[in-house]
Ligand binder design. Structure first.
Ligand code: GLA
Length: 754
């Protein structure tokens, strides 16, 4: 790994064993992008990759040089108004209204390790040898503005992390209108763009489209990263699959409004841009002020999407998530939301908790409805004190009782919101976002608190601190249940309004950080009406996130499959819920529900007091299995084997392999039972080809044919044989056939084939 600067060619080359990233200083002192992709020999002058054709009608900023046109040059971080007509990396308006602001190279610094970004989440290193970084300083002499481009290359991952910082060293103000985290100009458009899209209840479904001339983009202007689009896109070469071909993944470590786009110009050059959405952003920098963009992460894979995902998983699991929970298996929980909704009292909760304890559950989570006078969604958000009618001894009392049973205790909060019917709103109506003297749009009967104001964040910190320090609380589910509208701060001047959306997110991060510091043992799970804030920014504070409010096992297969493109299994909040399912009214077996939820943090969300003893016994067995295997489920290397969005669209499969490749778990899901089906094979991945593995199927009747022992190479080349009743083979256990069927196979290395 290294970063080389060659003074002769004025070229920077960032590389490790996998990748190279090359750019140089041009004749006008701006930066030109030369190469990003699979590693090429460092110390090579790549200036021959500069494209300097003469094209009619171009604007040439260097007098007398008709071959120099920024519109036709692949740039590192382009300006607007200087001849490049494409969407820029940044736009600044000077105090005199002039928006043509051109920075030139001034200096650079290369160092080991990686610096944090003040107030923002970012990837990190544990020792300086893990990565090298470079800061390029560019300078705008007229207004005395400084721009620093930050790059980090990791030693052992095909990853480049980037962000930008602007500092106003002049005497006048300067206003950032656009400040993207990254632009990347690629020489052609021969890609498919992959995105994660959806809505409430079906988040992060995979969508692919061929790049065409023009702009193709995804975005959020909802205040959170959103159900609709995830701050991620990938470019796939046409031949790319899960295991082969070139893929470039781009991910933004941010939880607010974002824009991610691919702009293809008329010469088929593709410009990738990702960062804070410029639409509602306007950041006036006073003299002396610095603005830092969020961090963007680039992952390169020459072995398909699986390799890209594994790089994201490793980076985000080990160098984005922090704290005591980073490397720990997660407690198996019971959550009361779908069991009781708002309708509970302490005794009911304790009944559920007792059953939970009996079957081996480790954490009891009290969801919405424990505070103020909250009996429905119309009141009490903001009133963070316990409802003594429901909980006679408050949170202290219930927490003690749960702990006395030998379980951990968790609590739900929605700190950023307030109901009109609340003491907080009556005391501080101006604390909401939006002109409170006018009628405001409400979502789920609630308003958004103005987290761009420090006093609001301080108040919430105080209230949460009081509760968290009064009782033993081991886990927090932090919700955020509406999209933002009417964004306006009642406390800010007109010229500061363009800062509010970003400052809001900084306020959320600040509150998280202060609570994490005060209570380092607490396990945080982020949530936003299901998965509307399932993004890398959140993972920096909360190691796990609720994937979706849709708890139906069949729907979850697609959601978890799509989520795995970027996010590790250890981050995916997943529960077994009741049937018929509350969202889609589907009946699936307990077996299938667990077989899907196992690939996540795992828990239950249903009224255990309403179940038959046979169901509780089955759950008990499920929990024993999860406790035995959860390190493999949550931290194994994850391989997607069959895509539910493509092919027959009726089956899906994935597997997790232990780091030493001695163990694996394979999951195969089939939605509808076919009749008279072919013999099915499922080739596996990630095993030791020379090793032998013993295969055991979960919940398969003992007297039935076992799959026996196979070599890794057989399993990879031929695969598991999945034949069942439909393919004419003799019947297998009832749970392993029929609609909504799930099968799990446990592989363990054995010394030899018997
Ligand atoms: C959101 C969450 C749910 C639940 C409810 C409570 O919808 O996603 O899991 O916590 O809020 O109001």
């Amino acid at each position: 790994m290294g970063i080389i600067y060659d003074p002769a060619s004025r070229q920077f080359h960032l590389f490790n064993q996998e990748i190279s990233y090359v750019f140089r200083i041009m004749e006008n002192e701006q930066l030109e992008h030369l190469y990003y992709g699979k590693r090429i020999t460092p110390y090579q002058d790549l200036s021959y990759l500069s494209e300097r054709g003469h094209r009619d009608m171009q604007v040439c900023p260097i007098k007398g040089n008709p071959y120099f046109s920024l519109e036709h040059i692949r740039q590192e971080y382009p300006a607007f108004g200087t001849g490049d007509m494409r969407y820029p990396g940044y736009e600044i308006e000077a105090e005199d209204g002039n928006r043509t602001v051109r920075f030139v190279y001034q200096s650079h610094e290369i160092y080991s390790g990686k610096k944090p970004i003040t107030g923002l989440p970012s990837t990190y290193v544990e020792s300086p040898e893990e990565a090298q970084s470079i800061e390029i300083t560019l300078w705008e002499p007229d207004r005395k503005l400084e721009m620093k481009l930050f790059y980090t290359v990791y030693e052992c991952l095909p990853v480049i992390a980037r962000h930008v910082e602007f500092t106003n060293l002049g005497e006048q103000s300067a206003t950032l209108e656009t400040a993207m985290s990254l632009t990347l100009d690629m020489p052609d458009k021969d890609y498919e763009m992959m995105e994660l899209v959806g809505t409430w209840g079906r988040e992060r479904h995979i969508r692919k489209r061929k790049l065409e001339v023009g702009v193709q983009s995804i975005h959020s202007l909802r205040g959170h990263s959103s159900h609709q689009y995830n701050p991620f896109l990938a470019l796939l070469r046409p031949n790319a699959t899960e295991t082969s071909g070139e893929v470039i993944g781009v991910s933004l470590i941010y939880s607010g409004d974002f824009l991610a786009q691919a702009e293809v110009d008329n010469f088929d050059v593709t410009r990738i841009t990702i960062g804070i959405h410029p639409q509602e952003f306007r950041w006036k920098m006073s003299p002396g002020e610095t603005f830092a963009t969020p961090e963007a992460v680039l992952v390169y894979s020459d072995a398909g999407c699986n390799q890209m995902s594994q790089a994201f998983h490793q980076l985000y699991q080990k160098r984005l998530v922090r704290g005591v929970w980073r490397d720990q298996v997660r407690p198996i929980l019971i959550n009361n939301w779908e069991a009781t909704y708002f309708d509970f009292h302490e005794e009911k909760l304790l009944q559920i908790a007792r059953k939970a304890k009996e079957i081996g559950i480790e954490l009891f989570v009290l969801d919405d409805g424990w505070f103020g006078k909250r009996n429905d969604s119309r009141s009490s958000l903001g009133d963070w004190y316990p409802n003594l009618e429901k909980l006679p001894q408050g949170i202290v009392g219930i927490s003690e009782k749960i702990h006395a049973m030998g379980m951990k205790f968790g609590l739900w909060f929605e700190p950023e919101m307030v109901n009109e019917n609340s003491d907080l709103y009556r005391a501080h109506p101006d604390w909401v976002l939006g002109d409170y003297t006018k009628s405001l749009g409400a979502g789920r009967d609630q308003y958004v608190l103005d987290f761009s104001r420090k006093e609001v964040v301080d108040y919430l910190y105080q209230k949460m601190y009081e509760i968290l320090s009064s009782a033993k609380i081991d886990y927090i589910k932090w919700d955020c249940n509406r999209s933002f509208s009417d964004v306006f701060s009642n406390a800010k001047s007109p010229e500061e309004q363009g800062k509010v959306r970003h400052q809001f997110i900084l306020g959320v991060y600040d509150l998280y950080e202060r609570l994490r510091e005060a209570f380092p043992e607490i396990l945080f799970e982020s949530c936003a009406s299901g998965g509307a804030r399932f993004d890398p920014g959140m993972l920096y504070y909360a190691p796990q996130a609720w994937v979706s409010d849709d708890t139906d096992a069949v729907e979850r297969i697609k959601i978890q499959y799509g989520t795995s493109m970027v996010y590790p299994v250890s981050s995916m909040g997943s529960h077994v819920s009741k049937v018929p399912n509350e969202q889609v009214f589907r009946n699936t077996s307990l077996h299938t529900r667990a077989a899907v939820a196992y690939f996540g943090t795992f828990g239950y969300e249903l009224d255990l007091t309403q179940l038959e003893s046979s169901e509780l016994e089955e759950m008990k067995r499920q929990i024993v299995l999860m406790k035995e295997k959860r390190n493999l489920f949550q931290y194994g290397k994850f391989y997607r084997l069959r895509d539910p969005f493509e092919g027959d669209k009726n089956t899906a499969a994935w597997m997790a392999v232990s780091e030493d490749q001695t163990e694996a778990i394979v999951a195969y899901y089939r939605i509808m039972q076919p009749i008279e089906w072919r013999y099915e094979r499922l080739p596996l991945l990630g095993l030791k080809t020379e090793a032998c593995y013993c295969i055991e199927e979960w919940e398969r009747d003992a007297d039935q044919e076992q799959d026996g022992i196979r070599s890794g190479s057989e399993l990879e080349q031929i695969g598991l044989i999945l034949s069942d009743w439909a393919s004419g083979k003799k019947a297998i256990a009832r749970e392993l056939q029929g609609d909504y069927m799930a099968r799990l196979f446990f592989l363990k290395e054995v010394s030899e084939r018997k």
